[in-house]
Design a protein around this ligand. Sequence first.
Ligand code: OOG
Ligand code: NI
Length: 320
Amino acid sequence: AKAPLKTPGGEVADCETAHPLLRKILKGMLKPYVKRNPTAAQVMSILGERELIRFDHFAFRTFGVEGYGIDSIAKMFLDLGYRQRDELRFPAKKLRAYWYSPPKEAVEESGASMTDGPLPRVFISELLVDQLSEKAQAIIKKYTSEGRQLAGHAALSSLVHGLPWRTPELKDYVELTRESEYAAWTLVNGYALNHTTITCHDFVNFTMGPGMALRDVVNFLYREQIALNGAGGSLINVSPDKLLLQASTEADIAPFTFAGGHVADVPLSYIEFAHREVLPEFENLPLEEIYDCHRREGFEVGNADNIFESTSIKRSHATT
Ligand code: OOG
Ligand code: NI
């Protein structure tokens, strides 16, 4: 349902309204993520002692084949009130992605409290499987086309933390890592929440000022010996307009039991940090009048390209 909505700026925006289940589903997806990823859990706990934790976005990875691609997980978010926004392309990685903006919610209906903060954006990518070698395509299609199909229920598989295909074989995983780490990650993690992103720009106990909160958070995490992703040569990714700053941890690595009981270490999920600066046209607004709608929107291909490396098994190191 569409409802006219008054933004803090006073203008009326045409916006979807949230389904009352939305917050519960997001919380449900966070549960296996926090349980299985000790670094993400630790970060949420140490930052949570100091600040209210709010999420900028939730991200998922998919195989772009018959019913398993972006649409398979986007469908539920669209039904819950999300709106599809820009496409992002990563030709070298053979990936594409869309981001989705959240609906507005009637707080009294959703059971959300003020401390739950704004609803997160959603970022969903897919591997352009057709562009891989015949060998890699055959491996992926083996899992996505044999047996009973669970296509169309991607969100369910994320909630209960299970793979929508049979237990992978170690040799298939190893073969995929040679060609696409993203493919190998998706084979063993499926629709598990790939990462969630903590909003840093409204933190009150870190340094204020343009981009400062994120820099301060990164220094803090570095001192706490959290392993941060240094792909691209820096721990902090800055968009060309300087208004979107992002950093991420390196994914935890854990043993995975492959078909036949073979065990090998695989990367799991990671956690990200985002800082959205106030747009130049609003920079004279007093801080207490600044809402999300006055800040930089969207995503940035250059930043994302480095953030994808958070699940890489070849670790890149950088200092702040
Ligand atoms: C997504 C990487 C990109 C962002 O916020 O730009 C990203 C992934 O690792 O699947 O998270
Ligand atoms: Ni992200």
